[in-house]
Design a protein around this ligand. Structure first.
Ligand code: HEC
Length: 195
């Protein structure tokens, strides 16, 4: 009997709580498109314009303005070659590695970056037998063949930067300096075996 009494009390309490919540909801949250009462919003709402928000103070009505024509952002270096075989050859003629002498620290970095970004397709030794080629990805030609050997440093750099036919571009993952270091490392791999 005592258990039944307790249960009744609990149900009455629950009904009272639901009732209070219902009344509060009626008072505070009538229009769902408007905010209810906010206590101490502090600095949650910034007075500054957001980058993507419209802006009446500019003629073109946008907040984030485009760079002034003909300017280059500080620290950004433009790259004037397209993703084409002709431009890869042109890059080979026109751009050169900043690492003129063989430096063990550069080679070490180049090896590490090669292992991270290239090995999965090109294989540890550059022979074009990376892991993904065993799972259906078109195998790249060996980097130890004369074709790649005869490419200029700038051309290899270009291929990493822009991609090449079936190979995607790596400019967003691999820093410029690292690309040149990878090129040095490929040259090292190419020394190992002569065809
Ligand atoms: C997702 C796989 C993949 C990755 C990762 C990859 N490559 Fe390639 N690479 C290819 C394929 C496939 C080709 C052949 C492209 C074609 O002829 O269609 C190729 C071609 C090349 C060639 C031209 C070789 C020749 O003789 O024509 C070079 C050089 C090269 N890659 C360097 C690199 C370097 C350096 C990296 C690392 C930064 C890299 N690749 C990462 C797939 C890849």
């Amino acid at each position: 009997m005592r258990g039944g009494y307790k249960l009744k009390k609990l149900i009455v309490l629950a009904l009272i709580v639901i009732g209070i919540l219902f009344v509060l909801e009626q008072i505070l949250g009538k229009d769902p498109s408007k905010r209810s009462l906010e206590f101490m919003p502090d600095m949650v709402y910034s007075v500054a314009y957001r980058a993507e928000s419209p802006n009446p103070h500019f003629e073109n009505g946008i907040t984030q303005q485009n760079p002034v024509e003909g300017t280059i952002a500080r620290g950004y270096k433009p790259y004037h070659y397209e993703n084409s075989v002709e431009d890869a050859v042109r890059a080979g003629e026109e751009i050169f590695s900043p690492f003129s002498e063989e430096n063990p620290a550069n080679l070490k970095r180049g090896k590490k970056m090669y292992q991270v970004y290239c090995q999965v397709c090109h294989g540890a030794g550059g022979e074009g037998n990376g892991t993904v080629t065993k799972r259906g990805y078109p195998p790249p030609p060996s980097l130890l063949l004369n074709n790649a050997k005869n490419m200029k440093d700038g051309q290899l750099y270009h291929i990493i930067t822009k991609g090449y036919k079936n190979m995607p571009a790596y400019s967003s993952q691999v820093e410029r300096q690292d690309r040149w270091q990878i090129v040095s490392y490929i040259r090292k791999l190419q020394e190992v075996k002569n065809d």
